[in-house]
Design a protein around this ligand. Structure first.
Ligand SMILES: Cc1ncc(COP(=O)(O)O)c(C=O)c1O
Length: 388
């Protein structure tokens, strides 16, 4: 029987009113937004149907959702946090904003990696703080170099943004790397906001370790964020949640959120007990297996078709290859859009060091992926001619 993850076709995806497939002309294959082409897990679909049938469109209590999250966080993330210290958020992104509100004042410094999922950098600007870049080097396997991190700390450093698994580097941090970050934060009394949205998308049997599980000292400084968007193909529901074991931090987050952030919608609340129960883990397992096959396919074809460095993808379904032709991400984007009819995210938006990279979504069928790769292969001679 063919995998449900292999079913999407260009026609079937164009029939959904999604942002990804409708930003550009319909002849363009969109691999830019981190929005999977995969179908809904049947239990998720049924839960959403049931919620509508029940007319769960009233002001909804989030108590059951938070209770289920508390159980999941204890079981899977090894963090003991009561339901009263969990907040539902509209997607994961508000956690970045809240953490900056709690931890910083204008003029302070926030550390972010380069490259980094760009909304983190936007938040440092919104908070009127200085962005201090912690460089991850692609030629060093995007290793989190703790000595480099130590060198960035100043009396103004108030917050470290950690993204693990990392978008766009595709790294899953090792225990040693996490311990390094934890030690730096604890030694200097710096808060950490850790975005673990990609905790479920892990390759080669890797295990996700939550930063706040390492020891009570780092837990005391950490705000952790999670969500349903990436694993469960429900980014449009904007269902996220965060937790802090430190009740003073949590009260401060609540105060900043009051009247501005109002949790998530009822569909997200209805899904929480089902997803957090762990009963759908079979779907997660099948999806990771399928994603591993697509990753193998993309890696092989990209490395064979041209001078392209393809970092090993340890987690997430976002590949971040570097096209070694001396061209900027803007120049690459123009060729891929105009000549290949494929759209990626430009590497440079993730950080100045990532110019020349492109971010490629791989959560799609092999049919769509192969069609996109065929198109990319055809424009490699153009890149060769333009090479600087
Ligand atoms: C690391 C990371 N955090 C947050 C988000 C945004 O997620 P949401 O739409 O649930 O806020 C993304 C989306 O790709 C992401 O990769």
């Amino acid at each position: 029987m063919s995998s449900p993850f292999d079913k999407p076709t260009i026609e079937s995806r164009l029939s959904v009113r999604g942002a990804k497939w409708h930003r550009d002309a319909p002849d363009i294959i969109p691999l830019w937004l981190a929005d999977p082409d995969f179908p809904l897990c049947p239990e998720i679909k049924q839960t959403l149907r049931d919620a509508v049938e029940e007319e769960f469109t009233v002001y909804g209590s989030d108590a059951k959702a938070r209770e289920s999250m508390s159980v999941k966080i204890k079981r899977d993330n090894k963090i003991d946090v009561p339901a009263s210290q969990i907040m539902l958020t509209q997607g994961v992104t508000p956690g970045m904003w809240l953490a900056a509100r709690h931890a910083t004042r204008p003029g302070d410094e926030i550390i972010v990696t380069d490259p980094m999922y760009y909304p983190f950098v936007s938040q440092t600007q919104v908070a009127q703080t200085h962005t201090v870049r912690w460089n991850l080097d692609v030629d060093d396997g995007y290793r989190f170099d703790i000595e480099k991190l130590k060198g960035l700390i100043s009396p103004k450093t108030k917050l470290i943004y950690v993204c693990n698994p990392h978008n766009p580097a595709g790294r899953v941090m090792t225990k040693d790397e996490l311990k390094g970050v934890a030690d730096v934060a604890v030694d200097n009394g710096i808060y950490v906001y850790v975005d673990e949205l990609w905790e479920d998308i892990l390759n080669d049997g890797r295990k996700h370790i939550s930063l706040a599980s390492l020891n009570p000292e780092i837990a005391d400084l950490t705000i952790s964020g999670w969500g349903f968007s990436k694993c469960w193909s429900v980014p449009g529901l904007q269902a996220g949640y965060l937790a802090a074991t430190n009740d003073v931090i949590f009260e401060s987050l609540k105060k900043h959120a009051y009247g501005v952030l109002r949790g998530t919608n009822n569909m997200g609340k209805a899904l929480a007990p089902v997803i957090c129960s762990g009963k759908l883990d079979y779907w997660k397992k099948d999806m990771n297996k399928y994603l591993g096959e697509v990753r193998g396919l993309v890696t092989k074809r990209l490395t064979e078709m041209g001078d392209i460095t393809v970092p090993h993808l340890e987690g997430t379904y976002l590949m971040f290859p570097r096209f070694n032709y001396g061209l900027s991400s803007d120049e690459l984007d123009r060729v891929f859009m105009k000549e290949a009819k494929v759209s990626f995210n430009k590497g440079v938006v993730f950080g100045p060091k990532a110019d020349g990279h492109m971010r490629i979504l791989t959560a799609t069928s092999k049919g769509i992926m192969n069609e996109a790769l065929d198109r990319i292969e055809k424009v490699i001679p153009i890149l060769e001619k333009m090479a600087k």
